[in-house]
Design a protein around this ligand. Structure first.
Ligand code: ADP
Ligand code: MG
Length: 249
């Protein structure tokens, strides 16, 4: 990814006392989290534990009830989504949000234009799609493509925005084994070439433990535990909440 990679050095993230309440539901409950620049952090936890809410607050989709979010030591808590994206905070969605009526190339080009990540967005989009083995789909309308390919296009579009912090919300959902394996390679290559920080939410433990330096487990809007993938995944409390065996931590 030639011309824009210089911008992509990782940004650190700090979340302080973050609360997101929906009526009586405390989706995030005084959450504190630090992610180092260049770190790949896995965020796991059972459904409803607050993973997407956290990414929504960080990316500006939701305004938190209280708390502070800083990116590379800059308070972004009240910034718009657009400002955050231009600062290098890019995310994908649990439920795909790509432009179905556009081609794959147009989707990627729009992302590059939005954040100003390339001098020649059209050429850059071709480069990105080629890098992601998506060149054969460049001129195809996204709605005509298989679900797994659409997911890959969403990730390619995020990469085209040259993130300093990339948040991926369940990128492997609905993917088969081969596509998940390619996603692992994509994230690893991206991290090595860009030095970007990555926040990865997924239920695929092979994916999460393959790419993450550290895993944080959310439960009821709070951090249950955190540590290296091997430690966290062998922690019986994690199995209890994550696998829903019934017992409370
Ligand atoms: P996860 O991504 O870990 O599955 P979510 O962050 O989506 O969990 O949800 C956390 C909690 O917040 C759940 O109880 C969910 O129902 C609630 N929630 C999330 N978004 C909203 C919303 N926009 N309005 C009301 N409740 C919400
Ligand atoms: Mg979610």
């Amino acid at each position: 990814m030639s011309e824009s990679s210089a911008r992509s050095t990782g940004a650190s993230l700090e979340v302080r006392q973050l609360c997101m309440h929906f009526g009586g539901i405390r989706a995030l409950d005084e959450l504190n989290l630090s992610v180092e620049a260049g770190e790949v952090l896995g965020l796991i936890g059972p459904n409803g534990s607050g993973k997407s809410t956290l990414i929504n607050c960080i990316s500006g989709v939701l305004t938190p009830t209280s708390g502070v979010i800083t990116l590379q030591h800059t308070d972004i808590t009240r910034w718009s989504r657009r400002q955050r994206a231009r600062f290098g905070l890019i995310r994908t969605y649990q439920n795909l949000r790509i432009f179905n009526g556009m081609t794959a190339a147009e989707n990627v080009e729009v992302a590059a234009r939005l954040v100003g990540s390339a001098t020649h967005p059209r050429l850059f989009a071709s480069d990105v799609l080629r890098d992601q083995d998506l060149a054969p789909f460049a001129r195809r309308r996204v709605s005509d493509l298989a679900y797994g390919t659409q997911r890959k296009i969403e990730v390619a579009r995020a990469l085209a925005a040259t993130p300093r912090l990339l948040a991926l919300d369940e990128p492997a959902a609905g993917l088969g084994e081969d596509d998940t394996h390619r996603l692992i390679e994509t994230i690893q290559r991206f991290r090595e070439s860009s030095g970007a920080t990555v926040l990865l939410v997924d239920h695929d433990m092979h994916l999460v433990s393959s790419v993450c330096d550290r895993i944080v487990v959310l439960h009821q809007g709070q951090i249950l535990t955190e540590g290296k993938p091997s430690q966290v995944l062998s922690d019986p409390r994690v199995a209890e909440v994550y696998l829903g065996t019934g017992a409370k931590p």
